[in-house]
Structures are given as structure tokens and as C-alpha cells.
Design a protein around this ligand. Structure first.
Ligand code: PLP
Length: 470
């Protein structure tokens, strides 16, 4: 018999495995999960054997059981799980972007557990509009005449372009044909929206006359895109929102700006770069502005469209709007976040994205000292974990070149490679996601939440006690 066949014969039968595991499965796990985890585990070994490489099968029944129990436990765990963000990237798209504060979470719970007036007008007893729940608040905060919310900002851009420029020309600067990530590219989105793109200017410089020269009867829109995730430096110039708005009025062509992040607060006093706020762009006379709910605004994933009444009305009645519409959970939490902004000082405290972004390095250092104190003063600790200055990032494609002064717990990996250790921290029950720099592991404390601290301490204690082998 070939080596391969010998190995294949050693693979256990599912029923036998089930009998063996019977007394070990203390938790009530659905039998369908148990069976398919066992089947998948055996299949993985079979594929490896048939692949012809060297395969080391578990030896004893106990070894096999351990392998199966691990697979069952993994399959029974929710796929979406909490992680600890030690990367220092505040708006981390891969880790879920913005976190919600207590008021938003309360609103989510209510929307989930109870019937609501989502589309029911309580004053008339007849059908209402879900959009009316946040429109007035958005107008109050931004100074816009009207507003609409959709699934995300990509949807907002698509919907606005489709409404205003279907089979008609949209003029846009060559310096603003950006890719946001996740394959959202302005030229591609424009094409899908049915808008005909007319590029003007050069990559580094575009002037008002460039727009003016191409305007004709088929021009439906002048588009400005905020280049949130990259910067043009050197010999550059772009046309301001207010100049473009004046030009649009002169030729009676609407002007739109995709703002991307859409901050409602100028964070410059907290040492962040000056980003145009939504209020400023509205005031500049731009007819329609789109921005994200979960970037600098710090709310749930959403796309917010604000602007002139007639334009917003046209966008609302576009049949595509139904396909991109916002769900009740998003609306509930978005309303709660927006309400925080009626008091800016309050918002800086209660909107987690804002409080993380504006937290100063001194506070973050204190957090680190607190954690180190609670870890105790073992010699081993001082050798392996140190509190050092580092630089965090805003993330979410916002303020790309700006670093935020911060503090980190820096772990020297000793005998194990940093990448191996990174994998170990990532594989924990509550995974710790960190950065590697110069072969050291950086846990940036800016994005470590108060709730994370006890867990982080346990993780680090466990690491110091037993090393990564456990
Ligand atoms: C982030 C961004 C988008 C996409 O927004 P989502 O809310 O992620 O869909 C579009 N345009 C700009 C300029 C952006 O920065």
C-alpha cells in the first residue's frame, strides 16, 4: 500500500469521532456545527495527503480530539468578534471605522427591540418618511436647506451623480480623480452613474477657466472631490468651492462636492490639520455636498447628502434611492450621534472618534503608566515591555500625512520573531491587533479603550508568564 493510502486509512470516521467526543462537549453546541467541523477537519487532512506533501497526522485519540474540539469551538464562535485595536489608527476601515457612544448604542437597542415610528407620522397617524427623522437636525448643524441619508458615501455620490447628470456631462478636475480604496474610483463610479465625465486641468493644477471653457448645453454638473486620502504638494492649484459655486451660478449649472470625511468640527485647535467642514462648504454656495457618517463624523456607516431644496427633492425621488436606502439601525444611531453635535464641547467627549483624535499625548502616557503599574514590576517586564512615544494616524483616508503624538507599549519579542508573535496576539480569544516597527511590537494606547484595559492586562500577564507558546 502506498504511503498516501496508509495515511488516508488513518483518517477517523465521523461517527467514531462523535462517540469519542460525546463526554467532552460540555457546551450545548448544535450537532450540525459539530458534524460539519469534524468533516471539514478530516477533509483538510485528506486534501493535504492527496497533495502529496509531508503530512503529520495527530497520533493518539486524545490528540485527534483536541484538534476536533478546537475546530468545533472555532466554528461555534461568532464570525464577527470584538478585537482590541492597538494599531493607533483611529478610523480603521478594516476594524469597523467609528465606534458609537452610549447614546447611539441605546438608540440601536431601542430600534432593535421595539416597534418604532420609522415611517409613521405620529402627529397625523399616517405614513411618514424615514428621512424626516434626521433631516432637520442635519440642516440645523450644517446650515443646508435640505438633507437625505443613504447607505454610505459611495452610494451618496452614485445617487447624486445619477440624479443630476444621467447621460449629461459632469466636469471634474484631473487632480481629483481619486481612488478611495475598496475599488471606489471617481471615474468608475461616474461611469456607473451614467454621468459623462469631462476632465479638465492637469494633474497638479486646475484653474477656474478650465471649467469655464468646457461648459456647454449638455453640462449638468461641476464636481469637486475632496482629495481626502492623498495630498498634492509643490506646484499645485485647485479651484476653491466658493469660486466654483460662483461659476456654477453664472452658467446655471449645479455644483457638487464629495467631501469624503465630512467633519462638522474644525479640529485645528486640537492640533489636527484644517479640513473644510460641511458648514463651510455649504456656506460657500455649493449646491450639493456628500460625506460619510462613519469617518470624522464618528457615527454609523452612512452617506449624508445636503444641499439646495430642489436638488435634494430630485435626489429623494430617484428610484435608485430605494436601493441605497438607510436602515433603521443606522438611522437610530446616526440621529443620536448628530444630536451630540448640538453641543460641540459635549461631542468632543462623547463621540469616541473625536475623543480619541483629540486626546493629548500626556493623557495617553498616563494610561500606559497605569497599565504598567498594574502589570507589576517584574524584572522580565521591564526588559520586554516599555512605554515609549509613538505616532498614531487618523485613518479612514483622512488627513493622510498627519501624525498624532502618542504613547505605546513596545514589546521586544526576544527569541520569537515579531511576525510570529503578532500572529499569536491576533489568535487570542479577544484578538489584539498591533503594529510591527523595527521588529518590535507596538501597542499604541490612543486606540486602547477603557474597557480594553483589563483584557489587555490579562493578555500581557499571560504573555509574560508563559510566553507566546501558550
Ligand atoms: C471615503 C470616501 C468616499 C466613500 O465613502 P464611504 O462612506 O466609505 O462609502 C467617497 N469619497 C471620498 C472623497 C471619500 O473620502
Amino acid at each position: 500500500m502506498s504511503e498516501q493510502n496508509k495515511l488516508l486509512r488513518k483518517l477517523p470516521k465521523i461517527d467514531l469521532v462523535l462517540d469519542n467526543l460525546e463526554n467532552l462537549l460540555l457546551e450545548r453546541i448544535p450537532v450540525a456545527i459539530v458534524k460539519s467541523a469534524i468533516r471539514e477537519t478530516i477533509d483538510t487532512f485528506r486534501v493535504q495527503i492527496l497533495g502529496g506533501g509531508h503530512v503529520k497526522l495527530p497520533g493518539s485519540t486524545k490528540d485527534w480530539n483536541d484538534v476536533f474540539l478546537k475546530a468545533i469551538e472555532k466554528k461555534n464562535r461568532p464570525n464577527l468578534q470584538r478585537v482590541i485595536n492597538g494599531t493607533g489608527v483611529v478610523i480603521h476601515t478594516n476594524l469597523g471605522r467609528s465606534l458609537l457612544g452610549p447614546e447611539s448604542i441605546k438608540a440601536l437597542q431601542t430600534a432593535g427591540a421595539y416597534f418604532t415610528n420609522l415611517e409613521f407620522d405620529l402627529s397625523t397617524g399616517s405614513r411618514g418618511s424615514r428621512y424626516s427623522l434626521v433631516e432637520e437636525i442635519i440642516c440645523d448643524l450644517t446650515g443646508a436647506e435640505a438633507a437625505l441619508v443613504v447607505n454610505n458615501n459611495a452610494a451618496a455620490v452614485l445617487l447624486a451623480l445619477n440624479t443630476l447628470s444621467f447621460h449629461k456631462k459632469t466636469v471634474v478636475s484631473r487632480g481629483q480623480l481619486v481612488e478611495i480604496g475598496g475599488s471606489f474610483r471617481i471615474p468608475d463610479v461616474m461611469e456607473r452613474s451614467g454621468a459623462l465625465m469631462v476632465e479638465v486641468g492637469a494633474t497638479n493644477r486646475t484653474h477656474l477657466v478650465d471649467y469655464e471653457k468646457v461648459i456647454d448645453e449638455e453640462t449638468a454638473l461641476l464636481l469637486k472631490v475632496h482629495t481626502s486620502n492623498f495630498r498634492l504638494i509643490g506646484f499645485t492649484s485647485e479651484v476653491s468651492a466658493s469660486d466654483l459655486a460662483v461659476l456654477g451660478k453664472q452658467y446655471q449649472v449645479p455644483v457638487m462636492e464629495d467631501l469624503g470625511s465630512g467633519s462638522l468640527i474644525d479640529l485645528a485647535p486640537w492640533g489636527l490639520p484644517k479640513e473644510p467642514t460641511v458648514q463651510e462648504i455649504v456656506k460657500a454656495g455649493v449646491d450639493v455636498v456628500t460625506f460619510s457618517g462613519d469617518k470624522l463624523l464618528g457615527g454609523p456607516q452612512a452617506g449624508i447628502i445636503v444641499g439646495k431644496k430642489d436638488i435634494i427633492a430630485r435626489i429623494k425621488s430617484n428610484p435608485m434611492n430605494r436601493a441605497l436606502r438607510i436602515d433603521k439601525f443606522t438611522l437610530a444611531s446616526l440621529e443620536a450621534v448628530l444630536r451630540e453635535y448640538y453641543d460641540f464641547e459635549q461631542a468632543l467627549q462623547s463621540v469616541p472618534t473625536l475623543s480619541m483624535l483629540t486626546n493629548d499625548a500626556g493623557n495617553i502616557k498616563k494610561k500606559g503608566q497605569r497599565i504598567l503599574r498594574r502589570l507589576g514590576g517584574a524584572v522580565k517586564l521591564r526588559e520586554t515591555i516599555q512605554l515609549k512615544p509613538t505616532v498614531s494616524r487618523v485613518g479612514g483616508g483622512a488627513m493622510p500625512e498627519h501624525g498624532l503624538d502618542s504613547w505605546a507599549l513596545v514589546i521586544r519579542p526576544g527569541d520569537t520573531s515579531a511576525s510570529e508573535l503578532e500572529r499569536w496576539f491576533r489568535g487570542l480569544t479577544v484578538p489584539l491587533i498591533l503594529r510591527i516597527e523595527d521588529k518590535q511590537m507596538i501597542i499604541d494606547l490612543r486606540t486602547i479603550l477603557e474597557d480594553d484595559i483589563p483584557l489587555l492586562i490579562d493578555i500581557l500577564k499571560n504573555y509574560l508568564d508563559k510566553g507566546q507558546k501558550n
